[in-house]
Design a protein around this ligand. Structure first.
Ligand code: HPA
Length: 263
């Protein structure tokens, strides 16, 4: 079963036929909200708004562990994160979509692991390729089928937020190799790996990062709002296609092994 974690601009999933909502309690506290069980174009999905349904939880206060744990406790095998980002790479202009394949984590002070919570020995999981390759390919197929142009790969730099960056910080991130900047990619991706969920992200550029493109002097909030509305309409079509692909893969004779990670 596919779960979709919606970020900024996606507190509701347009077109989702809601069957029921479920409050899930976890050993890590409250998730961002009740899980919404429904159907996208007749294909079952679970939806969770990362920032809460009223968009009240800032990126550094999202309970990533509770969110991922709550999804894993259902029959979720695959997770798609819809992640709004600022564009650093010259091709990450506002409106551009990407399926990142790498992460640099600049966040701090977040609960980053389930390990040792229950006194078990600490493990060090491989995270060379932080996104599930099976899920990445499926996202790109959904993007292709929806007629969307996208970048295959790219490095997501996860900052702490909630403030936006300085130009010098973005220049440094560019030197590090970051192609886009967002605030929520970590520890979400790693926690999904810990619980064996096949996790990938569709990144939606909603502005040029600080000091890039038309953000040379400042990042205009109105521009972000307008771009969010426009881009999320397109993403919705992609998600319906992705839900279908996930169902077909789960049902088909050549079904992908659920939760398979890949390098
Ligand atoms: N910086 C960090 N996170 C973001 C941005 C940005 O410019 N745009 C959307 N999410």
């Amino acid at each position: 079963m596919l779960a979709i974690i919606g970020g900024s601009g996606l507190t509701k999933l347009p077109g989702l036929i809601i069957r029921h909502r479920q409050v899930v309690r976890t050993p890590y506290g409250e998730p961002s909200g009740a899980l919404t069980f429904g159907e996208l174009d007749r294909h079952p999905v679970i939806f969770l708004a990362r920032h809460g349904y009223g968009h009240t939880i800032p990126p550094h206060l999202v309970n990533y562990r509770a969110n991922i744990w709550a999804l894993a406790a259902q029959s979720v095998t695959h997770v798609l994160s819809v992640a709004t980002v600022g564009g650093i790479h010259p091709e990450m202009w506002p409106g551009q979509l990407a399926v990142p394949d790498q992460i640099i984590d600049y966040s701090h002070g977040r609960e980053t692991t389930f390990a040792n919570y229950d006194g078990k020995a600490v493990t060090h999981l491989d995270f060379t390729w932080p996104y599930c390759q099976v899920m990445r390919q499926r996202c790109m197929e959904a993007l292709r089928l929806a007629g969307e142009d996208y970048l295959d790969g790219g490095t997501y730099g996860c900052v702490q937020g909630p403030r936006l960056e300085t130009k010098a910080e973005i220049d440094r991130m560019a030197r590090d190799g970051a192609d886009m900047v967002g605030m929520t990619g970590m520890p979400e991706a790693y926690l999904a790996r810990e619980l064996d969920l096949c996790y990938a992200a569709i990144a939606v550029s909603v502005n040029w990062a600080a000091g890039r493109g038309d953000s040379g002097e400042a990042i205009a909030a109105e521009g972000i709002e307008a771009m969010l509305g426009q881009a999320m309409g397109r993403v919705r079509v992609v998600l319906a296609t992705l839900a279908r692909l996930c169902c077909e893969a789960a049902e088909g004779p050549s079904a992908d092994p659920d939760g398979q990670q890949g390098g």
